[in-house]
Design a protein around this ligand. Structure first.
Ligand SMILES: [Fe+2]
Ligand SMILES: [Fe+2]
Length: 163
């Protein structure tokens, strides 16, 4: 299978997920900077896919898309939650997984992508696949771009040649 087919599968899965009412709920919850959690998750998916292509890592396009769109599926506003940053940081991958499993049947790889996206926090929740490593890196990169630089759409950085 060539990269064109892979990309097609990635885009198809993204399209399916981004039109699901359950995932669209993420638009209600603010994230880093001015973004909401839907836009942040979209950015993580796009950037993780960008890295996969750049490094020629033959990952599962479906698992990557699904892991990205569900990695922060914790469904609350951090500010209003009363959780400390540390508590939220450690706890939200577990909450995201619990919520995600109510709406989708997830395979082991997607479960690990969600649980390990904050690694090394906690240190025991390690990324166990290339997909999980890509989401872990893309999440940190996107959070940085969104928070420190006010980037809304990661496509704008990719287009402008920050590769
Ligand atoms: Fe997160
Ligand atoms: Fe995130």
């Amino acid at each position: 299978m060539d990269w064109k087919d892979r990309e097609q599968r990635f885009l198809q899965m993204m399209n399916r997920l981004e039109n699901a009412p359950e995932i669209l709920q993420l638009k209600q919850y603010p994230q880093h900077g001015t973004n909401d959690t839907f836009q942040h998750s979209h950015n993580v998916a796009v950037y993780a896919w960008h890295l996969a292509r750049r490094w020629k890592w033959k990952v599962s396009p479906e698992d990557l898309a699904m892991g990205a769109m569900l990695h922060d599926y914790y469904l609350y506003d951090i500010e209003k939650s009363g959780l400390t940053d540390y508590r939220h940081g450690v706890r939200h991958p577990v909450t995201a997984l619990e919520n995600a499993e109510k709406i989708y049947e997830l395979n082991e790889r997607v479960r690990n992508i969600i649980l390990s996206h904050m690694w090394p926090l906690p240190f025991t929740a390690m990324p166990k696949s290339r997909e999980a490593i890509l989401i872990n890196l893309a999440d940190k990169y996107c959070a940085y771009q969104e928070m420190k630089k006010g980037v809304v759409r990661v496509e704008d950085i990719l287009k402008n040649g920050d590769k």
